[in-house]
Design a binder for this molecule. Structure first.
Ligand code: HH2
Length: 292
């Protein structure tokens, strides 16, 4: 069996550099929301969210992704003030207590700017800058890394009737366009990551096809982040609720690593960090060249 070579990348984020490729980076999810699909309401209290983030770092997370607005279809939109009220105290406290990079999961430029001031060094925008025209210029002004993620349609409509003629080709072309937009806004290529957006305007078959052909996204020349954690496509296969999808997540993560994923965004960090270490050991000699 052969594995996809995983190119190496050094991604500047804030004052640090994320070294990607030699091992899989685990991005632990901290949802400060009442309504996230799998853990909504568990960490709305800032102290609980901070404790959860620190626990995830202890379990093997290399970075944390703090979000204050659920992206699940049908989730109530959250005003910028409310999103800031949720995420800023958590980011501020985490940044004081750890040197691990903190990411903010937001589509709003204003929230991203405030999060960067509070100590975040990565912006994870599920709309890749399309929801807020100020997002790319805002990120360009700072030193943060930026995750550009594919989504078909809007959060509200994306799961209504997703359709593609060639899901991998169309997602890749979309991400190539968003990379060009980010570069045109003045964000250095080295600061950009791409994510095909598992579950964002995709049917079960679309998600499986993306995971099956993940290697195709290496053509974009940037590190690849994948977020299959506990998602609905796993529930469709297993007929199990979100809190019983850890083994399904593990299968998706192991195969994503074999296909060259650099970062996995997950809820169940202890289990998935172990899965990733073993998968990394197996694919270790697949031959990663330095790509910048
Ligand atoms: N998935 C979710 C949220 N943010 N960001 C990236 N880059 N990639 C993803 O696949 C991704 C993401 C959805 O998961 P979760 O945060 O658990 O749920 P919710 O949006 O309901 O809070």
């Amino acid at each position: 069996m052969s594995f996809a070579p995983r190119p190496r990348f050094s991604v500047p984020c804030g004052a640090t550099v994320l070294e990607l490729g030699a091992r899989t980076a685990i991005l632990g999810i901290v949802n400060v929301t009442p309504d996230s699909f799998s853990d909504g309401g568990r960490f709305v209290d800032p102290e609980a969210a901070v404790a959860h983030g620190l626990a995830l770092l202890g379990e093997g997370a290399h970075a944390l992704d703090v979000g204050g607005e659920s992206t699940r279809p049908g989730a109530a939109p959250v005003a910028a003030e409310e999103e800031e009220r949720r995420v800023l105290p958590v980011i501020r406290a985490l940044a004081r207590q750890t040197r691990a990079p903190i990411s903010v999961d937001t589509t709003k430029a204003r929230v991203a700017a405030a999060a960067l001031d509070a100590g975040a060094v990565i912006v994870n925008d599920v709309s890749a800058g399309l929801d807020d025209p100020e997002m790319l210029p805002t990120v360009a002004r700072g030193a943060a890394a930026l995750v550009l993620k594919h989504r078909q349609g809007t959060s509200a409509t994306m799961q209504v009737a997703p359709r593609y003629d060639d899901v991998v080709g169309e997602v890749r072309d979309h991400l190539a366009g968003r990379l060009r937009a980010a570069l045109a806004a003045g964000i250095a290529a080295a600061r950009l990551l791409v994510d095909p957006g598992i579950g964002f305007g995709k049917t079960l078959e679309h998600n499986l096809e993306i995971l099956r052909r993940l290697e195709a996204f290496h053509a974009l020349g940037r590190p690849l982040l994948v977020g299959p954690s506990r998602k609905n496509f796993l529930g469709r296969i297993l007929d199990l609720p979100p809190d019983q999808r850890v083994e399904g997540t593990a299968a998706a993560v192991a195969l994503a690593i074999a296909a060259g994923a650099h970062v996995v965004r997950v809820h169940d960090v202890r289990a998935i960090a172990r899965v990733a270490r073993v998968a990394d050991a197996i694919v270790a000699d697949a031959g990663g060249d330095s790509a910048g």
